[in-house]
Design a protein around this ligand. Structure first.
Ligand code: FAD
Length: 336
């Protein structure tokens, strides 16, 4: 698939989402690429229900709500998204524009690239099972992209954190059966979610196996059953269509690290007066941008996005006298 836009934004975390608004004020369309299935970056993935206290104008805002508000703020500018795709390569074309190609071979072209990749792509922490790779996307998934895939299927969820418990509760209403397997009897998830899962287990709606691990996978080309080993050493085999180990995600800078941009402290070096990287027309904002005295805070990324896009606008339109326009005066002119 080929997509033509003005600004290619890599990363749909809070800073990528706010960049849509700033680009929209300059009448630029944005296409965002994110490896995660939903926008929001760390706010959506790590702490959606935690309150943030240092967003200007919000004495307190839940991280998930901030994502919703940033999405709404950018909506008049009709951004488009490639979600669940990783930006793999960056190429400068002969006419000076850029092409970014994703893990699903989507090709996005635009005159400006804004890296808003945060700490990098969140990679799942995988269990150590010898033949795990044989069943990846053949019954083993690490991220739930669409819960409907599990309708009327037998599912085993692994883990004891928020993600494992929250999805167990959601899937209880969708799947034919859900079995939660956790290595300990203690859960790290919110007490409310643990209580809810325990109630579902007591009502016979799910099975909860604690002090146990999935230690083996079996099937003929697709997952058919798993071996479960209890901490006392006893083993059982359980038939299943899916095994979803939700052991958390850890960020890795990933492909961006090999794009010939200066990298320091696992981030991209920028000129702190423009937020431009070593490649003209490629900017970095938010957690991925590194410069002296950098503060890895959401508000820093908002400021960096405004500067970077206005600098690029002046470069692409040297003939226009660029004066900052207050939104109180201009309002929001929706993009077509
Ligand atoms: C527990 C916790 C609490 C926090 N509390 C606060 C707080 O109170 N106040 C505050 O200001 N900050 C807080 N932060 C920090 C804040 O979340 C980050 O500063 C912010 O998320 C950075 O936003 P971002 O858009 O730069 O990157 P991120 O939110 O990290 O989003 C980057 C996105 O880029 C994607 N990505 C990366 N590489 C690629 C690629 N190659 N292809 C496709 N997608 C890619 C990732 O999947 C990710 O979704 C907190 C962080 C944590 C973990």
């Amino acid at each position: 698939m080929s997509i033509a836009t003005d600004v290619i934004i890599i990363g749909a975390g809070p800073c990528g989402l706010f960049s849509v608004f700033e680009a929209g004020l300059l009448k630029w369309h944005c296409h965002l690429i994110d490896y995660l299935p939903v926008p929001g970056g760390q706010c959506a993935e790590i702490y959606p229900k935690k309150p943030i206290y240092d967003i200007p104008g919000f004495p307190s805002v839940l991280a998930g709500e901030l994502v919703d508000r940033l999405t709404a703020q950018g909506a008049p500018f009709h951004p488009t998204f490639s979600l669940g795709e990783r930006a793999e390569t960056l190429e400068k074309l002969p006419d000076g524009t850029f092409k970014v190609t994703t893990s699903r071979q989507t090709e996005v072209t635009g005159h400006t690239v804004l890296l808003a990749g945060g700490l990098g792509c969140f990679e799942p922490r995988k269990p150590t099972i010898a033949n795990l790779a044989d069943y990846e996307d053949r019954g083993v998934e690490y991220i739930i992209r669409d819960p409907e895939i599990y309708r009327n299927k037998h599912v085993i969820v692994g883990g004891g954190g928020d993600s494992a418990l929250d999805w167990t509760i959601v899937l209880a209403d969708i799947a034919a059966s859900v079995c939660l397997v956790h290595r300990s009897a203690q859960f790290r998830a919110a007490p409310d979610s643990v209580r809810k899962a325990e109630q579902l287990a007591e009502a016979g709606k799910i099975t909860m196996l604690t002090d146990a691990n999935v230690t083996g996978l079996n099937g003929n080309g697709r997952l058919e059953s798993v071996e479960i080993t209890r901490n006392d050493g006893s083993k059982t085999t359980r038939s299943t269509d899916h095994y979803i180990p939700l052991f958390g995600l850890s960020p890795k800078l990933g492909p961006i690290a090999s794009w010939g941009l200066g990298i320091e402290k696992n981030a991209v070096l920028v000129d702190p007066t423009t937020y431009e990287t070593a490649v003209e027309g490629v900017y970095a904002v938010g957690d991925i941008a590194e410069y002296p005295n950098k503060l890895k805070l959401i508000l820093s990324g908002f400021h960096e996005a405004a500067i970077a896009l206005n600098v690029q606008y002046q470069r692409l339109h040297p003939e226009k006298k660029h004066v900052i326009k207050y939104t109180t005066v201009t309002g929001i002119a929706e993009l077509p």
